[in-house]
Design a binder for this molecule. Structure first.
Ligand SMILES: [Zn+2]
Length: 363
C-alpha cells in the first residue's frame, strides 16, 4: 500500500527539489532503534478450521505512519509440521528474521522457511534482504514472477533510491512516534539493505508444501503490480491476498499498476470460495467482508475501509506481544519440526483457473 496517492507525489513525479531535500535532511526527525524499543509487534491468530497448520501469526511495524491509520502492512507467518511460510517482510529497516527468532515464532535451526513477497512494493518486500544473512536454516526467497526482477534488481536501483529520497522528503508520511530510543534517520537510510536475490519465481498454480498435507497454492493476480500473488489453502478456504484485497484504499494506479488486470484479478477472487482472508494491510476479514471489498472496488469506490465497521466477522488475533524482547502472551510455534526442506513445485503454468480445492461461489 506504500504508493498511496496523493501523498506519494515525489515517487510519482520525481524528486527535483534538491535544496529542500538537503534542508529536510538536516532537520529530519529521528526514528526508533528497534533493537532497543521493539520495532515489530507480533500477535497470534487461531488456525482456521480445516487448515493443517500448527500456528499462524501476524507481525507489523509499529512506527510506520500506516500504523497510525490502522493500515500498516501485515506479515503472516504460517507454520506447518515440517516448514513455514512468511508472507511479506516490511521496510527492512530492522531485522524481522531476528525478531521472529528471538520471539520464538520461528526456529531457524530446525524449520525451513519460504519467505514470499506478495508483491514488489517497499513496505512488503524490502525486508527480505535480512533473511539469508541472519539465519542458518534453509531459507528460500520467493516472489511472483512479474515482480521478482523488481525485487532482485530494482528495489535498490529504482524503488529504493526513489523512495529513500521520498522518505527523506516526507518522513512523516512513512514513520511516526519517535520513541525514546532513536537513531539518525539519514544514517539508517544510508545503511538501508534492500536488495534481495529471489531464489524462486512463483507462477499460477505453484504450491508450497509445509508438511502433513498443508499446501498453499499460488494465485497470480496482476493489477496492483504485475507480479502480485495470493496464497490459497483449499481445505480451510483461506486466502492471503497481499495488496490486491484489503479493507482500505485499494491501489490500481501505482507505477506498475494495471486497471484492466486488476479487474480480472478481482473477478477471479470473487469466484473463489473464501471463509477468511488475511490481507496485506488492515484487519483479517470474514468471507462476507472479503466479498464486500470486491463489491466496493467493482463499484468504483476508493476507500473500502467501511466494510469492517458495517459487516461483522472481522477475524481478531488471539493475543498480543509488543516486541521481540518483551514478555509474550502469544503461543510460539511448535518446535517439534523436522529439517525437511520446504517444497515448492512449479506445475501450474499460466492457467486462469482457481486453485484446486476451491469452487465457484455466488457474489
Ligand atoms: Zn503495494
Amino acid at each position: 500500500m506504500i504508493l498511496k496517492t496523493p501523498t506519494s507525489r515525489c515517487f510519482l513525479s520525481g524528486c527535483a527539489n534538491w535544496p529542500l531535500f538537503l534542508v529536510l535532511l538536516c532537520c529530519r526527525p529521528t526514528i526508533v532503534n528497534a533493537n532497543d524499543d521493539g520495532w515489530f509487534e507480533t500477535v497470534s491468530f487461531a488456525v482456521p478450521e480445516g487448515a493443517p497448520w500448527t500456528s499462524l501469526t501476524r507481525t507489523r511495524e509499529r512506527y510506520t505512519t500506516e500504523a497510525n491509520d490502522g493500515h500498516e502492512a501485515n506479515f503472516w507467518l504460517i507454520q506447518g509440521s515440517q516448514a513455514a511460510v512468511l508472507i511479506d517482510t516490511g521496510f527492512g529497516l530492522e531485522n524481522l528474521a531476528q525478531h521472529l527468532m528471538d520471539g520464538g515464532y520461528w526456529n531457524a535451526s530446525t524449520t525451513p522457511l519460504v519467505v514470499v513477497a506478495s508483491h514488489e512494493h517497499f513496505d512488503h518486500a524490502a525486508g527480505m534482504s535480512v533473511f539469508p544473512a541472519a539465519t542458518s536454516s534453509d531459507v528460500v526467497l520467493a516472489a511472483g514472477s512479474g515482480d521478482a526482477n523488481a525485487i532482485t534488481e530494482s528495489i535498490t536501483a529504482r524503488t529504493a533510491d526513489i523512495l529513500v529520497q521520498e522518505m527523506a522528503f516526507y518522513p512523516d508520511e512513512y514513520f511516526s512516534e519517535a520513541p525514546p530510543s532513536v537513531t539518525d534517520f539519514a544514517a539508517r537510510l544510508s545503511d538501508f539493505q534492500t536488495q534481495a536475490n529471489i531464489d524462486r519465481e512463483l507462477v499460477e498454480g505453484d504450491t508450497i508444501e509445509l508438511g502433513d498435507g498443508a499446501v498453499l497454492t499460488i494465485m497470480a493476480l496482476p493489477g496492483h503490480t504485475p507480479g502480485s500473488i495470493a496464497l490459497y489453502d483449499g481445505p480451510s478456504q483461506t486466502i492471503f491476498t497481499g495488496d490486491t484485497l484489503y479493507a482500505g484504499y485499494l491501489i490500481d494506479n501505482a507505477v506498475d499498476s494495471n486497471v484492466d488486470d486488476y479487474a480480472t484479478s478481482m473477478d477471479r477472487l470473487a469466484a473463489l470460495s473464501v471463509k477468511q482472508a488475511y490481507p496485506g494491510h488492515g484487519e483479517a476479514l470474514s468471507g462476507e467482508q472479503y466479498l464486500a471489498v470486491i463489491d466496493c472496488y467493482n463499484g468504483g469506490e476508493e476507500d473500502c475501509s467501511y466494510v469492517v465497521e458495517e459487516i461483522p466477522g472481522t477475524v481478531k488475533p488471539l493475543s498480543r506481544s509488543s516486541s521481540s524482547s518483551s514478555t509474550s502472551e502469544s503461543v510460539p510455534p511448535d518446535g517439534n519440526i523436522t529439517t525437511t526442506a520446504p517444497t515448492t513445485t512449479t506445475d501450474g503454468g499460466d492457467s486462469d483457473t482457481v486453485p484446486s480445492g476451491s469452487s465457484a461461489s455466488s457474489r
